[in-house]
Design a binder for this molecule. Sequence first.
Ligand SMILES: Nc1ncnc2c1ncn2[C@@H]1O[C@H](COP(=O)(O)OP(=O)(O)O)[C@@H](O)[C@H]1O
Ligand SMILES: [Mg+2]
Length: 296
Amino acid sequence: MSNRYLSIENVDMTFHAKGVESQVLKGIDLTVDRGEYIAIIGHSGCGKSTLLNIVAGLTESTSGAVILDGKEVNSPGPDRSVVFQNHSLLPWLTVYENVALAVNKTCARTKNKAERHEWIIKNLEMVGMGHALDKRPAEISGGMKQRVGIARALAMEPKVLLLDEPFGALDALTRAHLQEEVMRIQDELGNTVIMITHDVDEAVLLSDRIVMLTNGPSARIGEILDIELPRPRDRIALADDPRYNHYRQEVLRFLYEKQRKVESLAQRRGAVGEKEKGEKQKDEKEKAKERARAKA
Ligand SMILES: Nc1ncnc2c1ncn2[C@@H]1O[C@H](COP(=O)(O)OP(=O)(O)O)[C@@H](O)[C@H]1O
Ligand SMILES: [Mg+2]
């Protein structure tokens, strides 16, 4: 049963820079249920971050609306917390203090001092950072910084958690660990999540639905794929699961179809020959990389 917890309604976004108008998003419509995990995937520069920032209230859309739990989103608020690819911790504060800053702001009325302290510790322990409370960001690894960023976001008890390529800058092993953590936490807390990624495996592993954006300019939602894999999900077991591989293929097909569209446009402009050969080689390389990744 759909309960339309979050709805993005006919959102358009046009930027004006130096007298040039560029439409990035066109007619984006999406409804998200409470507790749903949505992945947004699309080629670089198509407008994924722009869309997330609109939901966060950091960017004002040109037209359309975002409604969260019955209220229109017009500005940033504690009901939507964002985790960016490049951790945004304050370098002069410790791990504990970084989370405390958010908790003291959002929970000042609902929790007393002792309760806030407990809450900060609880959230840091949830992401496995209970041992590093007094460390400063410069003293911990990139993966640990992202963990703290996630703890800080969760501690605000947002209605929706917005993740903009949160694991994009991490090495493969750390990324896998954090994906597991996020799955476990979501299973425990039932968060509503919108996560941007360009990693096909990550999208299939983590989400309930994958929203695929077309290439910009004027990007739209091209397709939405329901991922009906039972939870908890195990990446090793899924590697041999035909349904998992079917979903992967569907996303890859979408992304490559869009790629072909770009090529045929180039062809129409007469840019055939060497360029096309180069594109094809690039395509083959990408596919080989995907195959290697699937095996790994
Ligand atoms: N503040 C801005 N002013 C002008 N153009 C912008 C602004 N923010 C993003 N863009 C443009 O919008 C397009 C989409 O950007 P973005 O949403 O960051 O893409 P993605 O996250 O999918 O890689 C890009 O062409 C980018 O240059
Ligand atoms: Mg982006």
